[in-house]
Design a protein around this ligand. Structure first.
Ligand code: 5AD
Ligand code: FES
Length: 345
């Protein structure tokens, strides 16, 4: 098993069979070596830097009905909200003062977030904060829409592919959604010059090791600049309420593998990872992650953007995620970089 880790470190790739062994093993020696190499590679390219992305959750309305997600349209218990243009500007102002140089505007697929509305937000953010990157995470939109948003100044786009396997995709999503369309969106975004983030949930219901290998293969083809993975966490008002969640061990294993397959990628230690373990994000940072995405949404709405149960940073105490994270990042042996943190090409 140790030889597989050495091979992955030296060549940046493994065969399907080798990947399968490495993903499934419970050998601690190889897990520890993987962590060590992942950290070595992240330090080679990014030193001790951790980039912060201020996350502004703009709307909890969503027209989609993904079976795993707490804000799916058929969840009648979900509280819905939308931020106004001015709300978003206010969040950004606070974020800028706190040192954020990337704003991520994320929301459900909400028709209210049309091109005019979103372009207005993007262009004002870019005008007010020319030294900041604007990232969007608004789901599937048309080529034309992505083009307009890009022309308004958006730099990056996060759209997890969720799974690169057609069969699993159809078990996690209603019929009207398709993996082909999802992939097309990602290729369109790349063509338009966005820095693109793909990714998937670890331990999603029905997910097999082969499915995870397909995810890695798809991303080797797409070559995203960012990869977002986090454990699946069941939400009480969804079809998958009684399913098991993804584990810390497997998520860390995959983060380490991803760092070695994609040495320069921007890899967040996600909020979901911080939710399944109080030191999940710190362990992620030590296993190749170089990004964290603290919540900048107004504290009153945070609980309503509930994709999964027990999400951290939603209570009153969390108004100061920036400071909390600084302590955590430093305790793990890294430092916050007050920079845009672009992909290093
Ligand atoms: N558990 C973990 N992650 C989830 N997401 C949605 N629902 C859940 C859940 N129950 C992830 C999806 C989506 C991202 C915004 O959040 O991968 O792309
Ligand atoms: Fe949000 Fe710690 S990062 S409260």
């Amino acid at each position: 098993m140790v030889e597989l880790v050495e091979k992955l470190y030296n060549t940046g790739n493994l065969t399907d069979e080798e990947l399968k062994q490495l993903i499934k093993t419970d050998d601690n020696t190889s897990a520890e070596l993987l962590r060590k190499y992942a950290d070595e590679v992240r330090r080679k390219y990014y030193g001790e830097k951790v980039f912060l992305r201020g996350l502004i959750e703009i709307s909890s309305y969503c027209k989609n009905d993904c079976y795993y997600c707490g804000i799916r349209r058929s969840n009648k218990s979900a509280e819905r909200y939308r931020l106004t243009h001015d709300d978003v500007m206010k969040c950004a102002e606070i974020g800028y003062e706190l040192g954020f140089r990337t704003f991520v505007i994320q929301g459900g697929e909400d028709a209210f977030l049309n091109d005019d509305f979103m372009c207005g937000i993007v262009s004002e953010l870019k005008a007010n904060y020319p030294d900041c990157a604007v990232t969007l995470s608004l789901g599937e939109r048309s080529y034309e829409s992505y083009k307009r948003l890009r022309e308004a100044g958006a730099d990056r786009y996060l759209l997890r592919h969720e799974t690169a396997d057609d069969d699993l995709y159809s078990r996690l999503h209603p019929q009207e959604m398709s993996l082909a369309n999802r992939k097309q969106c990602l290729y369109n975004l790349k063509e338009l010059g966005y820095q693109v983030g793909a990714g998937f949930m670890v331990g999603a219901p029905f997910q097999t090791t082969e499915n995870i290998i397909s995810d890695i293969r798809f991303m080797q083809e797409l070559q995203p600049q960012m990869i977002g993975i986090g454990p699946f966490i069941p939400h009480k008002d969804t079809v998958f309420r009684d399913e098991k969640g993804g584990t810390l061990e497997l998520t860390l294993r995959l983060l380490g593998i991803l760092r070695l397959v994609f040495p320069k990628v921007l890899l967040p230690a996600t909020t979901a990872l911080g939710t399944i373990s109080p030191i999940g994000r710190e362990l992620g940072l030590k296993t190749g992650c170089n990004v964290v995405m603290p919540n900048l949404s107004p504290v009153e709405v945070r609980i309503k953007y509930s994709l999964y149960d027990n999400k951290i940073c939603t209570g009153e105490e969390s108004a100061e995620c920036r400071n909390c994270l600084q302590r955590r990042i430093e305790s793990a042996g890294y430092e916050i970089a007050d920079e845009r943190g672009d992909y290093i090409g």
